[in-house]
Design a protein around this ligand. Sequence first.
Ligand SMILES: [Zn+2]
Length: 316
Amino acid sequence: MKLGIDLGATNIKSGVVDDTFQVLEKKIVPTNAHLGKEAVIQNLIEVCRQWIVQAEITSVGIGIPGRININEGILLSATNLPLKNIPLAKQLNETLKVPVYIGNDANCAIYGEIYAGEGKNANNLLMVTVGTGIGGGICINRQIYRGENETAGEFGHMIIKHRGLRCRCGKYGCWEQYASVSALICQTGKMAKTHPDSLLTKQITKNNGNIDGKTPFTAAKQGCPFGEKLISNYSEYLAIGINNLITIFRPDKIVLAGEIFYQGEYLLSCIQKNIIDPQILFISQIHDRTGIIGAAMLGASSEITSCKSRLQEEWS
Ligand SMILES: [Zn+2]
């Protein structure tokens, strides 16, 4: 069995994946990124050791949000993690005595979809993950398009508005400034402020002033026109970026992931109304585990050639 790990800034999610790409069991532990590089690596080692004792692990794959040289297994830099220029695959391989592979987490997620989700029967697939920001993955002819050091597919930073809102990347008008969950929360706050007597505002007050991605949906379902307006606008913003992606890639399918899509058919149909090719849009059914499956399958990737052959030499 293969061990898949999704290393995030907050949690380390891990699970064992069998030959049919099922996650048999899952564990989540805190990353403790604030304790520094050594603590995070020790945490990773501990997670792996626990699984190795428990199951027959043939390889370990780790998805990390960052720039990675996958062939050499070197983590060049990571988002919100104190890890930089570390030969992580080699280091863990020497400690654990099991082949270890590392890859970008978004690329692992689309890899999981290819093996076990919406991508099973698609040659050309895109994945759009909507959360605090917007991430993505590109699969062409069933191969991941990785870009330089795994950094392709940063869909959230394509500019959709000239001189638009300032983005954390330093540019103006990036898609995620309009269509991420953070953007929806911001839009909801503004709408509530301008309509203090609305059901939307009452909903927020009831929730002690807290707004999350669900707030406008709850208001809309209660018949609030301002909630409906928010979702209709937000869907249009999502559709602008998706239409751009369709124009460039003409994929067989686009799979949408992120907790916002727990809103299901309601949100999907709102987006589809504005899409040039609505039937190619799907919501991920394995969103909670696609990163683990994809990470576990890193060792099976035909692309990670030099790292694999080196490890095979070492292990033969
Ligand atoms: Zn940006």
